[in-house]
Ligand binder design. Structure first.
Ligand SMILES: [Zn+2]
Length: 212
């Protein structure tokens, strides 16, 4: 049971700082739709964290750069989006180290955040994260936005909203070169004003850790 808990149960699930703060996080970019997310976040004037795959960064370094330039956090989401549980220790390390370098080269930023693909960890993961100083970030609620429409996604996120919640959505689809994220975008358009009306502010993930 302890092993299973370490595989599925690890990672930060709430922001450390108190108050009515929520963090929006987007996985699997940078992709063809990422610029639309950046435009939307700019219009709302809110920060977010983007957990990017190294393979996607190699394909779209300018988009990765645009995420960082807009002031959002960038996290490491492995190179090829594997199930880490199926990877040996060398592969786990390579997936993360290679992505760290690609992000640094593209953006000039060295990520401090990591999210495991599928939220699935490996016993080989913790030492790599410790070596690279990466904070393992899970989520409070995941929007199921790879399979649901905007109103279902928004409904799920809004129902789970609570102080310190970390919301996981997607601006890409694993390492596919293109994805349609219209439903996620529409969900964000609904989620942000409703959470604001409920008194929530939007926060960065790591900034909150530093505030502790
Ligand atoms: Zn992912």
């Amino acid at each position: 049971m302890r092993l299973l808990a370490s595989l599925r149960g690890g990672g930060m699930r709430r922001l450390a700082a108190g108050g009515r703060r929520i963090a929006l996080t987007f996985d699997d970019g940078p992709g063809n739709e990422t610029h639309r997310f950046l435009e939307l976040l700019e219009r709302f004037d809110i920060p977010a964290a983007f957990f990017v795959c190294g393979k996607n960064v190699a394909r779209r370094p300018a988009t990765a750069r645009a995420i960082a330039a807009a002031g959002h956090e960038i996290g490491n989401h492995t190179y090829s989006h594997p199930r880490l549980l199926a990877c040996g220790p060398r592969r786990v390390r390579e997936e993360i180290v290679r992505t760290q370098r690609l992000i640094e080269d593209a953006t000039g930023v060295s990520p401090g955040l990591f999210r495991a693909p599928y939220g699935l960890r490996s016993p080989f993961l913790a030492p790599v994260l410790a070596d690279l100083g990466l904070l393992d970030v899970h989520w409070t609620v995941i929007g199921n936005d790879w399979k649901w429409n905007a109103s279902k996604i928004a409904g799920r996120v809004l129902a789970a909203a609570c102080p310190g919640a970390i919301v996981c959505l997607h601006d890409g689809c694993a390492t596919r070169p293109a994805a349609d994220r219209a439903e996620t975008l529409q969900a964000v358009r609904k989620i942000v004003p409703e959470l604001r009306a409920a008194g929530y502010a939007f926060a960065a993930v790591q900034a909150d850790r530093r505030r502790r």
